[in-house]
Every structure is written in structure tokens, then in C-alpha cells.
Design a binder for this molecule. Sequence first.
Ligand code: R5P
Length: 293
Amino acid sequence: MKKIFDYKTEWSGLKNRMAQMFNSKSGRTVLLAVDHGYFQGAPAGLEDLRKTIEPLLPFCDAVSPTIGGLKSSFNPWVKTPIILRATGGNSMRKPAELDDEIVTVSVQEMVNLNAIGFTTSCYIGLPHQTDTIANLTTLTDEAHRYGLISIGITAVGSDPVLGKFVKGEREDGGELTAEDKKDALKYLKHACRVVSENGADIVKTYYCDGFEEVVEACLAPIVIAGGTKRPTKEALEFTYNAVKAGAIGVDMGRNIFQNENPVAMIQAVRAVVHDNMTAAQALDLYNSLKGKK
Ligand code: R5P
């Protein structure tokens, strides 16, 4: 595992902001992603953003909304560190253009809103690859002047071939073949390396079989996104496998807030990330917590 606390020991704003979002004991993080509305509109589970986040905030180490989500639905007194979604300009209404993103939040605005960092999507292998890498490099360059954390995401837009790697299933819902899995590993290794070479402090990507190789290839620590909502057991299994392979946590959305019991789910994910619980132990925990207030 590439540890976040391997950073050099002298004081820096960047390091201190990392300390705010990483658990000092486990060295890992549970970052809650609630930024999906920037291109999905109001996806299931986020229709009422305030209602969704309030019970989950006590269990995450940081939260990642859009600027609109933050200003409209967060209590200004919240102590949870904020990682702002900093790019957008796309929408599901134009699925073919999902990889065409612009910077939507200035670094000055991030500082003003007291965000500790930002996320930006890099669409490796897609038509707007260069522009989205430029979004990462430009934002990182400026954000680092103020010690803000840069998180680069390996995103795939609506590309059907790449989409199947992040969903973990074929377009028709069937299981990935051995060949698909090999391609997914090859793609994610490449994409993570490219994003890290371009200066992201943390890379956010999707789990795949052979994930150790993705971690090894990437120059920066990795957190995993959850992707499309999966059954609880499966989501806990890939979380466990990712952490075991060296991921330093999750930046997860739908598999938490779309779960039938979001508060139980985030605690189960937390137990895997911070307490080294196995997927089976975390599922037991989930079952014991579900339905409880
Ligand atoms: C894209 O919608 C955003 O970057 C999400 O924050 C990211 O995909 C993580 O959310 P999920 O776990 O739902 O994939």
C-alpha cells in the first residue's frame, strides 16, 4: 500500500489537509461522494441532498459535493472536510459528450469555501483526453500554491467498452469474460499511471481483478469509487479486495447512498477500510445495524 503518511515530515498545508481526511491509525479514508448531480441531475438517493448526507456525515472522513450541493444543502458549521468537485459542464442529456469537461470551480473559490481539495475527471483514451488532463494539471498547479489536495479520477463517460470495466459487468448485464478482465486491468493500470504522472496527489479509480498491479503501476495512492450500485455483499467484497490490494480507502457514492440501509452500509465500509474487517465480517455488521436508527 502506498501510504499517505509516507509524505516528507516537514510541515506543509498539503500534508495537514491530508491529515484531516486520513485516519491516523489506519492511514486510510472513507470519502463520501455526493457530486453525481453535476451530470446526472437528481439520481436515486440524491433527490434530497440534505436528507441524504445528514445521517452519513458522522461516518465519513471527508465528503465530496459539487459547489451547488455544498452551498444549498450543507450546514455551514459542518466539521467534515470538504473535497469539491471542480469540473463539469457535461450532462447525461448529451451522453456522447460526457468526456468533454471544463473547470467549474476556481481555486480561489475552493479556498473561500474552506475546501481541503478537489476532484477532477480525466477521460483517458477518449476524445477529450487532453483537455481533461489539462484541467487536472492547471488546477493542481494552482491548488498546490495553497496546499490543497488534488484528486484525479479515471473516468470513462459513456464509452461502452470502458464502461463495462467500471461497472464490472458486460453491457447486457452478463459477467465479464477472462479477456474483458484482462483488458480492464490493462486499461486501469494505464489510466491510473497517466493521471498520477500528471500530478494528482491521489488517484480515484475503479476496482478490477488483479488490482495489486494497478496500485503498483500508479505513482500516487489510490482510492476506489464504487460505480453502479451492486448488491451489498458484492460491494463489501470489492471494497475488501481493493484495500487488501493496497487501496488507501474509498471515494464511494451510489453503493452507500443507494443501498437499502445507507447508514449501516457506510459503517460496514468503514469497518473494512479502517478496522481491517473481512467482507463477511462487515456484512454481519451491516445486518446487525440495518433497520436501526
Ligand atoms: C462521478 O459521478 C463522480 O466522480 C462520483 O463521485 C464517483 O463516480 C464516485 O461515486 P460512485 O461510488 O457512485 O461511483
